[in-house]
Design a protein. Structure first.
Lengths: 91, 312
């Protein structure tokens, strides 16, 4: 998957697994932040991140099993796209 | 699993269940949740355990007079849980403070011993053999009853895998060294950000253990009302969502102090959560918790109104 395809996959996950409105998901850009507590973010809570991680595993074939802190990779849509792309290359 | 503090007593409006808007409960803000008390309790470690527990019982009886609001909550909770009244209810109320003091004393002394020595304080371990058949990731589910921290440490030792213990963000930083001591395969993970769940996903994917407390609502949309002693009470749904998503079993565990001052560890049958069955699994867990409390009503160590916990 290239970065555009990964971005499209994330938008689809937002709608299908996290039950976001399709219009809102369509407006997501790489700069869109994810966790709640950040102004202008999508406001994802801990349960959302579980669903998002599982969706990424299923849709992108990337297993989320790192020892390192994953929070920076899930801070924004762009950082998440980079994370998934790097993991796919590394497989 | 290691937050033995009393809960705040101030009553105000109910902030709501199942929303993200309400302020989270502040379990750690009690006046008596001070490092001095932990240090004092830990300083008794030199005493032989029978003498230390006798001292703890005396302190527990004295301490209950210092916390009238919590004493009133404990009394009303026990009235609902047991149906007791009058002198019997007074006796049970005193018993909560007595048993809490003993378990608290063990928390900061006995629990610090290596697991092989902890076993000497366990009279029976019913169902612990179930762990042998669980090879991948799993979620250990406990509650603020008895000596939950010892249950976690024993299970971590038994499972021979790193156990990630999920705890609330400690408001009193100086307490962390007393209640959140990493080691013996146990690692504490504070709920400081929503992304903390990713650490748990990754740990379970690596085949490790995640330990959570399943009795305190978080003031988030994950809270779900479940009948508890006949009345709806909010319980956290998160562990069941995690178990379903990762397809890992939930392993309930209780560690209760017996009349001989030794602990009995009980590990009921693991719970598996199919998609859409999160609420059913949560109700099963609450049923197990309720049955445990019926047998040990003086070891329910939540000093707040469990049916309306988000008053702040």
């Amino acid at each position: 998957m290239d970065n555009d395809e990964i971005l499209a996959a994330i938008k689809a996950l937002l709608v299908e697994r996290l039950k976001f409105d399709a219009t809102r998901a369509a407006m997501v850009t790489p700069d869109t932040t994810l966790p709640k507590g950040i102004d202008g973010s999508l406001g994802l809570d801990s349960l959302d991140f579980i669903e998002l991680a599982m969706g990424i595993e299923e849709r992108c074939g990337v297993v989320v099993d790192e020892q390192e802190d994953l929070a920076p990779h899930f801070k924004s849509v762009g950082s998440l796209v980079d994370f998934i792309a790097a993991r796919q290359v590394g497989r | 699993m290691t937050d033995p503090s009393l809960a705040p007593s101030a009553a105000a409006s109910l902030t709501g269940v199942g929303t993200e808007a309400g302020a989270p409960p502040r379990w750690y803000s009690h006046t008596y949740n001070r490092p001095t008390l932990y240090r004092l309790a830990a300083s008794m470690a030199w005493l032989p355990r029978p003498a230390r527990l006798a001292f703890a019982r005396a302190v527990g009886q004295a301490a209950r007079r210092l916390v009238p609001a919590e004493r009133a909550v404990v009394r009303s909770t026990l009235e609902i849980m047991t149906g007791a009244t009058g002198a019997r209810l007074d006796e049970l109320t005193a018993g909560v403070f007595r048993d809490f003091a003993m378990c608290f004393s063990d928390l900061v002394t006995t629990n610090r011993q290596p697991p092989r020595r902890l076993i000497a304080h366990v009279s029976q371990a019913q169902g612990a053999e179930r762990l042998a058949g669980l090879t991948g990731g799993m979620i250990s589910l406990t509650a603020h009853v008895g000596n939950w921290e010892m249950a976690g440490r024993l299970l971590a030792h038994r499972s021979a895998r790193t156990t990630h213990v999920v705890v609330a963000e400690e408001e009193v930083r100086a307490l962390e060294r007393w209640v959140r001591r990493d080691g013996d395969g146990v690692r504490f993970v504070a709920r400081t950000a929503p992304t903390v769940s990713l650490q748990l996903v990754a740990a379970l994917r690596r085949g490790e253990v995640v330990a959570v407390q399943g009795d305190r609502a978080l003031g988030t949309r994950g809270d779900t009302l479940v009948p508890f002693f006949g009345r709806p009470a909010p319980f956290p749904r998160g562990p069941f969502v995690l178990a379903r998503a990762l397809r890992v079993p939930l392993v309930p565990a209780f560690c209760m102090l017996g009349p001989d001052y030794r602990y009995s560890v009980t590990v009921p049958a693991p719970l598996t959560v199919e998609p859409g069955d999160e609420d059913d699994a949560l109700r099963t867990w609450v049923g197990l918790l309720e049955a445990t409390i019926r047998r040990h009503p003086t070891q329910w160590f939540n000093f707040f109104d469990i049916w309306n916990p988000l008053r702040a």
